[in-house]
Design a protein around this ligand. Structure first.
Ligand code: UDP
Ligand code: MG
Length: 148
Protein backbone atom coordinates (compact mmCIF):
# COMPACT_ATOMS: atom_id res chain seq x y z
CA UNK A 1 0.00 0.00 0.00
CA UNK A 2 1.24 3.50 -0.88
CA UNK A 3 2.76 5.69 1.83
CA UNK A 4 3.52 9.40 2.02
CA UNK A 5 5.53 11.67 4.28
CA UNK A 6 3.56 14.49 5.91
CA UNK A 7 5.14 17.10 8.18
CA UNK A 8 3.37 19.74 10.25
CA UNK A 9 5.83 22.64 10.12
CA UNK A 10 6.85 24.72 13.19
CA UNK A 11 4.07 27.28 12.61
CA UNK A 12 1.43 24.54 12.54
CA UNK A 13 2.74 23.18 15.85
CA UNK A 14 2.99 26.65 17.46
CA UNK A 15 -0.52 27.55 16.32
CA UNK A 16 -2.04 24.45 17.92
CA UNK A 17 -3.20 22.91 14.63
CA UNK A 18 -1.69 19.44 15.11
CA UNK A 19 -4.93 17.76 16.18
CA UNK A 20 -7.07 19.31 13.43
CA UNK A 21 -4.53 18.40 10.75
CA UNK A 22 -4.20 14.79 11.90
CA UNK A 23 -8.00 14.61 12.07
CA UNK A 24 -8.33 15.34 8.33
CA UNK A 25 -6.09 12.44 7.35
CA UNK A 26 -7.77 10.10 9.85
CA UNK A 27 -11.28 11.05 8.76
CA UNK A 28 -10.43 10.43 5.12
CA UNK A 29 -9.59 6.85 6.01
CA UNK A 30 -5.81 6.91 5.77
CA UNK A 31 -3.74 4.96 8.27
CA UNK A 32 -1.08 6.49 10.52
CA UNK A 33 2.14 4.47 10.21
CA UNK A 34 4.65 6.80 11.86
CA UNK A 35 4.48 9.86 14.15
CA UNK A 36 7.02 11.93 16.05
CA UNK A 37 7.54 15.46 17.39
CA UNK A 38 11.09 16.43 16.50
CA UNK A 39 13.30 19.50 16.10
CA UNK A 40 15.70 19.04 13.21
CA UNK A 41 19.06 20.71 12.63
CA UNK A 42 20.16 22.69 9.58
CA UNK A 43 22.00 19.87 7.75
CA UNK A 44 18.96 17.62 8.11
CA UNK A 45 16.53 20.29 6.87
CA UNK A 46 18.87 21.04 3.94
CA UNK A 47 18.87 17.35 3.07
CA UNK A 48 15.09 17.15 3.19
CA UNK A 49 14.80 20.14 0.85
CA UNK A 50 17.94 19.40 -1.23
CA UNK A 51 16.00 19.59 -4.53
CA UNK A 52 15.27 23.27 -3.74
CA UNK A 53 18.84 24.25 -2.79
CA UNK A 54 19.25 26.57 -5.79
CA UNK A 55 16.04 28.52 -5.05
CA UNK A 56 16.30 32.05 -3.67
CA UNK A 57 13.99 31.15 -0.77
CA UNK A 58 16.07 28.10 0.26
CA UNK A 59 17.92 29.54 3.27
CA UNK A 60 14.75 31.22 4.60
CA UNK A 61 12.90 27.93 4.15
CA UNK A 62 15.55 26.06 6.13
CA UNK A 63 15.49 28.75 8.87
CA UNK A 64 11.71 28.27 9.06
CA UNK A 65 11.83 24.47 9.29
CA UNK A 66 14.45 24.46 12.07
CA UNK A 67 12.73 27.26 14.04
CA UNK A 68 10.84 24.83 16.30
CA UNK A 69 9.53 21.30 16.59
CA UNK A 70 7.74 19.70 13.66
CA UNK A 71 5.38 16.72 13.60
CA UNK A 72 6.72 14.11 11.18
CA UNK A 73 4.29 11.45 9.99
CA UNK A 74 3.91 8.53 7.62
CA UNK A 75 0.37 8.06 6.27
CA UNK A 76 -0.69 5.02 4.27
CA UNK A 77 -3.55 4.36 1.84
CA UNK A 78 -4.62 4.04 -1.77
CA UNK A 79 -3.33 7.11 -3.72
CA UNK A 80 -2.27 8.75 -0.46
CA UNK A 81 0.52 10.79 -2.11
CA UNK A 82 -1.72 12.60 -4.60
CA UNK A 83 -4.76 12.73 -2.32
CA UNK A 84 -2.57 13.99 0.52
CA UNK A 85 -1.43 16.86 -1.69
CA UNK A 86 -5.07 17.69 -2.44
CA UNK A 87 -5.97 17.65 1.26
CA UNK A 88 -3.03 20.01 1.90
CA UNK A 89 -3.81 22.42 -0.96
CA UNK A 90 -1.67 24.57 -3.26
CA UNK A 91 1.81 25.64 -2.13
CA UNK A 92 0.78 29.30 -1.92
CA UNK A 93 -2.14 29.58 0.53
CA UNK A 94 -3.39 32.54 -1.52
CA UNK A 95 -4.23 29.97 -4.21
CA UNK A 96 -5.25 27.08 -1.92
CA UNK A 97 -8.96 26.26 -2.10
CA UNK A 98 -11.08 26.64 1.03
CA UNK A 99 -11.51 23.17 2.51
CA UNK A 100 -7.83 22.39 2.10
CA UNK A 101 -5.49 22.64 5.08
CA UNK A 102 -3.50 25.56 3.67
CA UNK A 103 -6.67 27.16 2.30
CA UNK A 104 -8.29 27.07 5.72
CA UNK A 105 -5.36 27.79 8.04
CA UNK A 106 -2.58 29.74 6.24
CA UNK A 107 -1.96 33.04 4.44
CA UNK A 108 1.70 33.34 3.38
CA UNK A 109 3.68 30.88 1.23
CA UNK A 110 6.58 30.96 3.70
CA UNK A 111 4.23 30.02 6.59
CA UNK A 112 2.10 27.36 4.92
CA UNK A 113 2.07 25.05 7.99
CA UNK A 114 2.43 21.66 6.33
CA UNK A 115 4.57 19.59 3.95
CA UNK A 116 3.49 16.60 1.87
CA UNK A 117 5.54 14.48 -0.53
CA UNK A 118 4.94 15.38 -4.18
CA UNK A 119 5.43 11.91 -5.76
CA UNK A 120 5.70 8.27 -4.77
CA UNK A 121 9.45 8.47 -5.40
CA UNK A 122 9.99 11.45 -3.09
CA UNK A 123 7.59 9.92 -0.54
CA UNK A 124 9.77 6.82 -0.32
CA UNK A 125 12.91 8.95 0.01
CA UNK A 126 11.40 11.25 2.64
CA UNK A 127 9.87 8.42 4.72
CA UNK A 128 13.29 6.72 4.78
CA UNK A 129 15.06 9.97 5.73
CA UNK A 130 12.71 10.85 8.58
CA UNK A 131 11.95 7.30 9.77
CA UNK A 132 15.17 5.29 9.29
CA UNK A 133 13.71 2.45 11.38
CA UNK A 134 10.76 2.25 8.99
CA UNK A 135 7.03 2.59 9.60
CA UNK A 136 5.14 1.04 12.50
CA UNK A 137 3.77 -2.28 11.30
CA UNK A 138 0.07 -2.57 12.16
CA UNK A 139 -3.24 -3.08 10.35
CA UNK A 140 -6.30 -0.96 11.04
CA UNK A 141 -9.33 -3.09 11.92
CA UNK A 142 -11.38 -0.66 9.79
CA UNK A 143 -9.68 -1.78 6.56
CA UNK A 144 -12.64 -3.68 5.12
CA UNK A 145 -15.00 -0.80 6.01
CA UNK A 146 -12.88 1.65 3.99
CA UNK A 147 -11.73 -0.49 1.03
CA UNK A 148 -14.02 -2.72 -1.05
N1 UDP B 1 8.42 28.22 -0.47
C1 UDP B 1 8.64 29.56 -0.21
N2 UDP B 1 8.60 30.44 -1.25
C2 UDP B 1 8.36 30.05 -2.53
C3 UDP B 1 8.12 28.69 -2.78
C4 UDP B 1 8.16 27.79 -1.73
O1 UDP B 1 8.87 29.94 0.94
O2 UDP B 1 8.31 30.90 -3.44
C5 UDP B 1 8.45 27.26 0.64
C6 UDP B 1 7.07 26.81 1.09
O3 UDP B 1 7.09 26.67 2.51
C7 UDP B 1 6.91 25.48 0.42
C8 UDP B 1 8.34 24.94 0.48
O4 UDP B 1 9.14 26.09 0.23
O5 UDP B 1 5.97 24.66 1.08
C9 UDP B 1 8.68 23.87 -0.52
O6 UDP B 1 8.36 24.32 -1.81
P1 UDP B 1 7.63 23.37 -2.85
O7 UDP B 1 7.66 24.04 -4.17
O8 UDP B 1 8.21 21.99 -2.75
O9 UDP B 1 6.12 23.39 -2.34
P2 UDP B 1 5.25 22.27 -1.59
O10 UDP B 1 5.67 20.94 -2.16
O11 UDP B 1 5.53 22.38 -0.12
O12 UDP B 1 3.82 22.60 -1.90
MG1 MG C 1 7.55 20.10 -2.36
Amino acid sequence: MEQTFIMIKPDGVQRGLVGQIICRFEQKGFTLKGLKLITVDRPFAEKHYQDLSAKPFFSGLVDYIISGPVVAMIWEGKNVVLTGRKIIGATNPAASEPGTIRGDFAIDIGRNIIHGSDSVESANKECALWFPDGPVNWQSSLHSWIYE
